[in-house]
Design a binder for this molecule. Sequence first.
Ligand SMILES: C[S@@+](CC[C@H](N)C(=O)[O-])C[C@H]1O[C@@H](n2cnc3c(N)ncnc32)[C@H](O)[C@@H]1O
Length: 232
Amino acid sequence: MRPGNTKAIEEMFNSISSKYDFLNDIFSFGLHRLWKRKLLDILNPTFGEKWIDLCCGTGDMSILLAKYMNSPENITGIDSASQALLVARKRSKQNYSSIEWINGDVLETNFTSNQFDGLLMAYGLRNLSSSYAGLREAFRILKPGGRAGILDFRSFEGSSLKGLFQKIYLSIYVVPIASLFGLGKEYSYIKKSLVNFPSGEKQIHLALSAGFKKAKYQTLAMGQMGILLLEA
Ligand SMILES: C[S@@+](CC[C@H](N)C(=O)[O-])C[C@H]1O[C@@H](n2cnc3c(N)ncnc32)[C@H](O)[C@@H]1O
């Protein structure tokens, strides 16, 4: 599958939705929870604020946000994969049923401008047909002064030990394990999605061009992951 093919990406995430959370734990050794928590610690969402989780998938980040704020009110998760949202709805039914789940494309949302205090996107930006278009839409829907945190794999330019480690990790750990569950082809997409994914420096540049006032990038997980921090 080619990166940027929105329909194919939606179908792929629908097809892996039932195993997504389980495999996420295996592939990150459970550490994705710490990285997501770190993102929240930096952004410090507070009770009463209105937050959106773009590319929410099975709802991990939105539910963590609700736990963090001690309230599921004023939280919206949006994703194009309806099957992933079914999992999100099921997971949130008991304690977080007020989270609003929307099935839609984050590049073409119907949200009015300047309405959210905060925005999160975990492992979504890399999957969009255009990172710039995603950042533009994020900027549009945030209130002036609103804050955003975007977590994803780090993209390496040129050759580096860390970049080599990433390639090896994806090729000899992630894909073979995913293959055991019949999802090798789907998970081999991660490597492809990183080929044209902008580096941290480039993400900063794109975010500022999209309208954000402040942008900075910090790495996590010994340089394998990155967080783009933005202020609208
Ligand atoms: C790797 S998953 C991340 C899910 C979740 N944020 C997490 O951290 O577990 C990427 C998600 O992005 C969604 N996605 C990709 N392109 C999208 C688009 N244009 N609009 C909405 N969702 C999209 C996929 O359906 C998928 O659920």
